[in-house]
Design a protein around this ligand. Sequence first.
Ligand code: NI
Length: 181
Amino acid sequence: MAILPLVIEPDARLHIPSESVVRVDDAVRQLLNDMLETMYAHEGIGLAAVQVGVHQRCIVVDVAQREGRREPMKFINPEIVEKSEAPSVFLEGCLSFPDQYSEVERPERVTVRYLDERGEEKTLEAEGILATCLQHEIDHTNGIVFVDHISKLKRDMILRKLTKAKRLGLFSSHPEGSATM
Ligand code: NI
């Protein structure tokens, strides 16, 4: 396993949709393991392959990470097949947007179809923070980032801060009640 370098905004790579995985092989399984190690190293609860510069539809999630436990989940070609009318609001961060947080409203529950690491088709119903995290990561596979869901004013402010932080070197803090994904 290896910790991979993160792609940090501003970076055009984050805004390009990823390709579907055509064959679930050892290279894909290796990528997923490396992504998990990278996510844990940065105390994130989710990571998409595009965030390590790989444009393949692979995401990893571990929402138990917030409570100091480990329950890694791996998803290949994940897609949302159903979502609730009811919304939920969560203070989101992103490993590609260090130290930047914003409340984002998304459906409270989703059903996700995906391939597991043996290439078998699976379906998962999720709610709460898992549903939020899955939607955030699946957005990444479509070239969408969390600030695309907030006002232009707020988005521009975050981009200005990141451009400056990238120039000066990064630091990290996590507001209470937030999660980085
Ligand atoms: Ni993210």
